[in-house]
Design a protein around this ligand. Sequence first.
Ligand SMILES: [Zn+2]
Ligand SMILES: [Zn+2]
Length: 291
Amino acid sequence: MTKRLITNLALLMLMMGSTLLWAKEAKSPDTVERSFPPYFLEHKKYFEPKVYKIGNYPVWSINNTDDWAVNTILIEGDEGLIVYDTGLSRENGTAFMKEIRKLSDKPIVAIFYSHHHPDHYNGTDAMVSLEDVRSGKTKLYAWDNFETGIENEFGATGPSQAIRAGYYIGSLLPKEDNHHHGCCGPKYGGASGYIPPTDTFSEDTDLVIAGVKLRAFLTGGEAASEFGLYLPDYKIAIVADEMFPSVPNLYTLRGAKFRDANGYVRAMFQCVTFSGTTATGWLQKRPGTAT
Ligand SMILES: [Zn+2]
Ligand SMILES: [Zn+2]
């Protein structure tokens, strides 16, 4: 007994000694020189606020408006506008709307929710009114497992995921210390402006909306409810978080569901089946070509 006590005391003293030594030598984190490899700085350019026109077509990627973390895609038809994703929050949707109104004053007649992750559907009521959705003037499309996806992935664990996300995005850091080199712009938060979908798909579906031909095609990689749009007249494939020039986020720090790497590969193959297409991805940010 005494022997064990002495051993434990000795161990404790050893630990305290090494801790004190460490404390003496450690620098304050505030004085540690930061280092950003050139490829990080290059990658960061993907998230600069900018509007990209895709080819010579009436399709735009509106990226990181007013420093918001995410983007939206706008398609202009003869009789109205089509939007693919509405952003993180009502405030984010309002910022998108400002950019959209610089491009067109036509009404938004359709919104597609690419998948059930919350940075893709919370700006809706800043972009269309609830009355227009209720009257059928604006349709909101999603895959048929969209709402169950929200519940499954964010229901019980939503609050703890939100706290962890707050840590990893550095939400309490001052702007000058808040660097985003991996993904997205610096601005998060705001109120939810979500309106549930009015129409859902259970299989790949061809549509004509505002005179624009569209094919909604399931990708299901980064999220089970994820789908893209193919515009055959423009040979443009639009996808959300499926395609980007970095390592797929197979397991998020916030503790979202594990993602199957094969799903991303499947999604990419799905896109390249549309031969001669220009693909634009949510996280890719700058329109690229995939032929
Ligand atoms: Zn996602
Ligand atoms: Zn996302």
